[in-house]
Design a protein around this ligand. Sequence first.
Ligand SMILES: [Zn+2]
Length: 234
Amino acid sequence: MNQLELLWDYQLADVEADNVKKDIARSPQRLKLLKLRENIQEQQNFLKTLETEAAAMLDRIDVLQDAISMNEEQLKLLQNKVQDNPAKDSKEAREYIMDTQRLVNDLNEYDQETRRIRKDAADRDKKQRDIKRLAVKIKTEFDALREEYNTEYQQKAKELESLQAIADEKAKKLDKALLDKYNAVKQHSVPPMAKLVNDRCGGCNMSFPSSVLHAIKAGKDVECETCGRMILPD
Ligand SMILES: [Zn+2]
C-alpha cells in the first residue's frame, strides 16, 4: 500500500472511533444528565436570589422598626406639648391635630409595609421549602441516572479505546506531514479523504480539471478544489 492507500485505511479506523465519540456525546442519558444538572444550577441560583431578597427584607424591617420607634417618640412629645401648652386658639388646635394626624398616618403606613413584608416573607419561606424539596428529588434522580450512565459510558469508553488503538497503530505507518494535512482538512471536511468516483470527487461530487485529474491518477497528493478533501485515485 502506498501512503495515500494507507491514509485511506487509517481513515476507516478513524471514522469508526469518531462514530463512537459521537455516540458518547449524543447519549440520551448524558443529555438528560446535562439537562438535570442545568436544572439543579437554576434552582440553586433561584434559592440564592430568594436568600438575597430575604436579607434585603430583614434590613427593610429594621429600618421600619426604627422609623416606628421614632414616630412613636415624636407622637409622645407632641402629646406632652399639647398637655403642657394647650392650644390658645382654633388655628393652633388645628395645627396640633394636623401634626398628630401626620404622625399617625406615617405610623399606619410603616405598619402596613411591615405586615406586607412579613406576609411576603412567609410566602417566600414556603417557596424556598418547595424548591428545596424539589432539589432533593432532582438530585436523587440525577445520582441514579449518573450511576446508570457511568455503566453505559464505561462500555463505550472501552470500545472507543480499542478503536482508537487500532487507528493509532495505522497512523504509525503514515508520514507525519500527510497525517497533519489529514487532520487539518478534517477541521472543515469530514471525512477528510474521498475516493475518485467516475473522475469526480467522491466527497462533493464535483468534477476535476483534466490536469488535476492527471495528478490524482498519478498518485499525487491532491486536494479537491471545491471541498478541500484529499483524493484517493481509483
Ligand atoms: Zn470535493
